[in-house]
Design a protein around this ligand. Sequence first.
Ligand code: ATP
Ligand code: MG
Length: 171
Amino acid sequence: MKGYIQVYTGDGKGKTTAAIGLVIRAVGAGKNVFFAQFMKGKASSEIKALKLLGDAVTIRRYGRENFIFSSPGKEDIRIAAEGLREVKKNIISGTYDVVILDEANVAVYYNLFTVPDLLDVIDSRPGNVELVITGRNAAPEIIAKADLVTEMREVKHYFSKGVKARKGIEL
Ligand code: ATP
Ligand code: MG
């Protein structure tokens, strides 16, 4: 089956949730999934839940505990860049039907790796691999490359009322 490139971007809620929903559906169909998450290093409920799916999902996280507020440090860049190299190896391996790069757009936005780096990984994939890239501020070149782009647009978000991320709902 031919694989396509999907992008979930925009400032509204639902990008990572959409990616996790796709993982669930793929596993239900007997597919093998590689779930890579950039930026995030803190424990999160979605990772705990994905672990319950066992061998069907390989989980890798390439982020640190600390949130990057303005500019990333050397260590952030090293972790993300090495992560992307590992992702590429795994995509090429042919083991996975679906590959998720959660928050990869944000990693590009913060210059942890470049648009050409990400395009190189996209281009390296075997034709059957479905590649899902999430994160706000997707680069125009990534949008141009994708076959499916959904922009989550914030109509309302309680974040603006000061409601921080809640366990089991946002993390
Ligand atoms: P979800 O994981 O619930 O599907 P998402 O992947 O679409 O959401 P991200 O852009 O990854 O959302 O946001 C991560 C977190 O940033 C959110 O859980 C929220 O707590 C916080 N957030 C939401 N809106 C804003 C905003 N406008 N500015 C900064 N942070 C926000
Ligand atoms: Mg997200």
